[in-house]
Ligand binder design. Sequence first.
Ligand SMILES: [Zn+2]
Length: 208
Amino acid sequence: MKLVLLGPPGSGKGTQAEKLSKEFNILKISTGDILRDAVHSNTELGRRVKEYLLKGRLVPDEIILDLMSQKLGNLKGFILDGFPRTLPQAIGLEKRTDIDFVVAFVLPNTTVISRLSKRRVCIKCGAVYSLDANPPLRKNICDRCGSKLRIRDDDKKSTIRKRFLVYKRETKPLEDFYKKKKILRYLDGNGSADEVYRRLKKLISNKV
Ligand SMILES: [Zn+2]
């Protein structure tokens, strides 16, 4: 199964990708993963990626596509989480491999904003909590290592709004792109992670 998960920040697609990957033993690949791998590999391409990241600039589509093609190689199945993010990336991906399904997560902005603003991370060990779904046992303290929890800069309300606008401008058009190819399916992203997962499995059941 070759699957793409599309959804705004906070839609829960990362969690769902993780669940599918575990249950069906399919590799989950995110742009963040391949950029990190590239930097660690210390290749020519990796060094260029590092420069972009250090300057806080977006890594160009061409570089991401090159890295992605290397990673995808001849894999028979994968789950792409957060890639493609732009139309040029989607067009580039299409030239390199076929996609069976694209699942677009649908949920109201207000839900996502409230979800993200309830997210807390541990500065030390990276554990992620949600004040709703899995709160820490002690307020603002990490269950795993006892360090203080905090709100990521990415999850602050002003930043969330900005991330939404970027998503709407750059990624939302992919829905039409894949709709025309008749491989787009919409997924109701409301409810708990388990509820969404049940829906997701149903949606793709004839492909896994
Ligand atoms: Zn911790």
